[in-house]
Design a protein around this ligand. Structure first.
Ligand SMILES: [Zn+2]
Length: 124
């Protein structure tokens, strides 16, 4: 559902019930959230609320350099490395994870994931 459709649907529910409390109950969000969306066009940020209201989730592709990143994982910000790649810093990191790899493993800002896997296989 797009935000405009949701705004109309919430207002309709409010017209029918005459109460934001009832709107909140029917849509499974807080009274304040229902009002903010319906009357101020607020676009909820929380993935849980977006799922509850059937709003589209923001879609981004995250490349895991190491380890498992679950759906809905939180990140404070992304920074742009001097090489142009975006990365999520841990602490004061200034360069992306790719730029910290030995030069032989770099590939125009993208990790050579397949090659690394093959190298690992060759070692095994
Ligand atoms: Zn970089």
């Amino acid at each position: 559902m797009e935000l405009g459709d949701l705004v109309r649907a919430l207002r309709k529910t409010h017209q029918e019930t005459g109460s934001w409390r009832q709107v909140a109950k029917e849509w499974g969000v807080s009274k304040g959230m229902a009002y903010r969306i319906a009357m101020q066009g607020y676009d909820p940020k929380s993935p849980e609320i977006r799922r509850q209201l059937k709003l589209p989730l923001p879609s981004v592709q995250v490349i895991s350099v190491q380890g498992f990143i679950p759906d809905g994982a939180q990140a404070l910000e992304a920074r742009r490395c001097a090489c142009g790649a975006w990365f999520i810093p841990n602490g004061t990191r200034k360069r992306c994870y790719n730029c910290l790899l030995p030069k032989a493993q770099r590939d125009n800002g993208n990790m050579k994931r397949d090659e690394m896997t093959e190298t690992d296989r060759d070692r095994a």
